[in-house]
Design a protein around this ligand. Sequence first.
Ligand code: FAD
Ligand code: NAP
Length: 339
Amino acid sequence: MIDIKQNADLKNYHTFGVPAIAEQLVEVHSIEDIREALKYASEHKLELHVFGGGSNILFRNNPNGLTIVNKLTGIEVIKENNSEVELTVGAGEIWHEFVLSCLEKGYYGIENLSLIPGTVGAAPMQNIGAYGVEIKEVFKYLDAINKETGELERFSNEECHFGYRTSVFKTTQRDKYIIAKVTFKLSKIPNVNISYGAISGTLEKMGIDSPTPQDVSKAVIKIRSSKLPDPKQIGNAGSFFKNPSIEKALYSKLKEEYPEIPGYDQPDNTVKVPAGWLIEQCGWKGKKVGNTGSHKDQALVLVNYGNATGDEIFNLSEDILISVKNKFGINLEREVNVI
Ligand code: FAD
Ligand code: NAP
């Protein structure tokens, strides 16, 4: 039996800390709960919203209708041999706790994704990534409930059309499914990926020259804790914008004018430019605007200094977009989901 709350304060359901009230809210703990919530929403003709940990959302408006918060738990080994293991994980499991539990059991491949906030179910939404790894590399399939029919449908890796911070659930299948379970294929053989600059330097400082996956996780946690604001202290939703990939010709032109501009060649012949660098060059890094601002250690992260509204943060993001466009001719795209 689901418990629907009226006018629920979303303070403890998201990380930006802006004021927001859900007209109706329900925490779901099972597939049956989800179906019951969908039935209720359909009978009352309610708009639907689905959240996990609320760490990639900015509320400009109060969500109307029914807000479903995914709390489905459970981690089950479904296949295993000497070298690999397949695990099916409830969408409401906390991502970082799942990473740590895998490391403890000797299941590897997601250590670079340590300390990313949020739930397992939201991870495929934007193909979460960090430090040279994306979940698509270990993702096998997911089971999601079709909001229209209430039926469980399976999406393979290919069917999710994963891309840079995107998937089919952010494009053609947007708002059509509630992800209930995700199945991963992890390795039992340690094989670390420390190619991403900051990791090897940090491991060196930690005095480690043959790192285990556990060491890599510790290094990532160390780096992240030193430069990213903790949402419990300062409201934020991580990177507000995606890193843009631009045409090689534009990159070469910008390189002449700004020899310091960083860029990473992409397989599709474009160049990825760190959005944080572009924002910093426009003078936003560490700048406070009213109750909001761009973080002092990571310009890409917009923060709430305490009393910001969703609109204030959104307006700052607009101003940043305009100044980056004017200075570099590059269109930034928001990564955070704006409600
Ligand atoms: P929510 O914010 O609750 O939801 C995000 C989106 O997914 C919404 O559109 C929501 O409707 C949808 N959604 C959520 N759950 C479901 C479900 N079960 N079914 C259908 N739709 C669903 N992201 C990275 O990729 N890499 C990083 O390194 C990273 N670092 C971060 C650091 C900080 C400090 C913060 C605050 C955020 C960071 N993020 C990062 C962003 C965020 O943590 C991820 O996007 C995370 O996957 C969001 O999970 P969530 O459960 O909080 O999702
Ligand atoms: P960083 O190390 O300062 O690097 C800046 C950007 O340059 C990164 O965003 C990264 O793009 C790119 N980059 C750096 N080294 C690269 C390499 N060897 N190959 C290809 N691209 C490279 O970044 P940071 O801000 O401290 O973040 C570290 C990692 O955590 C990044 O992967 C970042 O995406 C992730 N992160 C994500 C969020 C979020 O909310 N989405 C928040 C914090 C951190 P990529 O982003 O493609 O890696």
